[in-house]
Design a protein around this ligand. Sequence first.
Ligand SMILES: N[C@@H](CCC(=O)N[C@@H](CS)C(=O)NCC(=O)O)C(=O)O
Length: 209
Amino acid sequence: MKLYDFAMAPNARRVRMFAAEKGIELETVSIDLSKREQMNDGYRAINPRLAVPALVLDDGTLITESVAICRYLDALAPEPALFGTDAKDQAIVEMWHRRVELEGMQAVADGVRNSVEFFAGRGLPGAVDFPQIPALAERGKQRVDLFFAMLNERLADSEYIAGDNFTIADIAALIGCDFAKVIKKRISEEQSHLHRWYAAVRARPSASA
Ligand SMILES: N[C@@H](CCC(=O)N[C@@H](CS)C(=O)NCC(=O)O)C(=O)O
């Protein structure tokens, strides 16, 4: 199988980090988003959604959506259990992962895509061009502050975001925190619980994948 990837793309990093935690080595093909290579006819034929990551299996099956790719890798290599263990734990991991995606990653994406010059005319990824909406960027930035505050509170009494174990929720949150630096949003010194968690998760070898 082949992963269509780009080093700086947060959603692609999600998959690389997940695979590294599982000990899975993926053959990768870089699609340089900074040169808009995702728009080229060659890539369009591989993934008409014009985004990374995209996983193409040996039988030609295309899997897009970073979390769907992670689900596939998880089924290939169930250990360590990054989507939770028993019924209750899986639901708790899903709950936190969804919150991180909707309250964190989406907020950062709104902030970045609607304010950074490179994304002018490209307010959303995909085949259709959308203009930037400055008010959405402002709302995104405000929501990032709330996201950091929410995580700091949660991490005051939990080692990792979904409980005692490192999970996909931590991967998504780390990537959200790092992506937020693009819009100059950084964890503040006073957010000691979030700081503690960030240092621990950032130090994992998979964080550099
Ligand atoms: N929901 C998709 C989002 C994929 C996505 O937005 N990928 C970005 C990179 S992180 C992309 O390819 N952007 C291309 C563009 O902006 O045209 C996923 O989780 O995989």
